[in-house]
Design a protein around this ligand. Structure first.
Ligand SMILES: Cc1cc2nc3c(=O)[nH]c(=O)nc-3n(C[C@H](O)[C@H](O)[C@H](O)COP(=O)(O)O)c2cc1C
Length: 371
């Protein structure tokens, strides 16, 4: 069997950088403005240290965890990302397959290149649908209803894209959702033959959750949704409702009061608001203001298993992975994605051994090392 050569995120990122055209790599890797948000979040993660506890007599560890009345085998899943098939024509399908392989949730974006019905057929309830609401609020509710009718039990409403972030690395390539290559882009593609052959053989992906006639404009405003809209959505959506992109504890409390089942603390992978508060520093503040039974999910800047432990200790019930999944897919397809999950799971277990903790659910803030 073919062996993966991904041993850490840098391996996946470096391999993906070689294989993908520059414009696709920049789409995944790029941040808002100068990327200060990404650097500060990274630095903050690095400063957090975990307590070691030796001679704890631990031989077996469990990293299973339960949210929404379902026990998942691993405490992390895949964050919603639009246009994943641009890194590999089978990305959406690989992500869907991953759900059942690891009994873990995977999310599908409004901007996915595979229809929400098709992905649900592969994942069942392990698939979560992510909703973007454009200025036409009724279309937003209609899309949620379509996801509900397809069978989805968990909906993620993303609220941190009132306008699309300004991402210089996308702008420089004139990157668009409906990809029509310019001459410069064709030259870029010709230097990446494996990727180009994959796209030629399988077709250039385009958003699949919109009617055929609808012209997709990623830059269209998404800022009309308000708290009243959340009330309407809560009324419509019968299953678990997650609000994604919250960094302000007051917003978290408001969403909880309006019936959100989970608050998803996220800085959108540093792609939206460069000067936002640092996501990993906001996590404990959001956790502290919420009721115990409100689920807290975290993403942004998770790069290894110890980062997942840190997020858990700081109050996350569950963690989601963004860019590392796309780099792994771009590097080695499904093989790379599976390897990424195995690496992260192993790193969590090794970290827990050092900390003297046998059960992921026992990780808590007392295990953060305070100098
Ligand atoms: C290429 C790409 C596309 C994304 N598209 C979406 C999207 O369609 N909807 C959404 O809610 N978040 C989207 N995100 C943000 C992710 O869900 C997630 O918040 C972020 O990637 C987590 O940070 P990380 O990449 O550092 O792990 C996207 C992220 C990337 C990298």
């Amino acid at each position: 069997m073919k062996k993966s050569s991904i041993h850490c995120l840098d391996d996946a990122r470096n391999l993906a950088k070689k294989k993908l055209p520059e414009m696709i790599f920049d789409y995944v890797d790029g941040t808002a403005l100068e990327g200060d948000g990404e650097k500060s979040n990274y630095n903050s993660f690095q400063k957090i240290k975990l307590l070691q506890n030796v001679l704890s007599g631990i031989s077996k560890k469990s990293i299973k965890t339960k949210i929404f009345n379902h026990e998942f085998d691993i405490p992390f899943g895949i964050a919603p990302m639009g246009m994943c098939n641009l890194v590999n024509s089978k990305a959406d399908i690989s992500i869907a397959k991953l759900a059942r392989k690891f009994n873990s949730p995977v999310s599908f974006s409004t901007m996915a290149s595979t229809s929400l019905e098709k992905t649900f057929n592969m994942t069942g309830e392990l698939g979560w649908f992510q909703l973007y609401v454009y200025d036409d609020l009724k279309s937003g509710l209609d899309l949620a209803l379509r996801a509900q009718n397809a069978g989805y039990k968990t909906l993620i409403l993303t609220v941190d894209v009132p306008d699309l972030g300004r991402r210089p690395r996308e702008l420089k390539h004139n990157f668009k959702a409906q990809f029509k290559p310019t001459f410069k882009q064709i030259v870029d593609c010709s230097f990446h033959p494996i990727w180009s052959l994959d796209m030629l053989a399988n077709g250039i992906p385009s958003p699949a959750n919109f009617g055929k006639k609808l012209k997709i404009d990623r830059n269209k405003a998404r800022g009309s949704a308000d708290w009243k809209f959340l009330k309407s959505l809560r009324k419509l959506w019968k299953g678990n409702l997650i609000i994604k992109g919250i960094l302000n504890p007051k917003d978290a409390k408001k969403a909880e009061k309006l019936g959100a089942d989970a608050i998803y603390v996220s800085g959108h992978g540093s792609r939206q608001f460069d000067s936002s508060p640092i996501p990993i520093e906001q996590l404990p503040k959001v956790r502290a203001i919420l009721q115990k039974n409100t689920v807290v999910i975290f993403d942004t800047g998770i790069r290894n298993g110890e980062d997942i432990i840190k997020a858990k200790c700081l109050g996350a019930d569950f963690v989601m992975i963004g860019k590392p999944a796309l780099f792994s897919l771009g590097a080695e397809g499904m093989l790379g994605l599976i390897q990424m999950v195995n690496n992260l799971a192993k790193e969590i277990e090794i970290g827990m051994s050092q900390m003297g903790v046998s059960d992921f659910n026992l990780l808590n803030k007392e295990l953060i090392y305070n100098q």
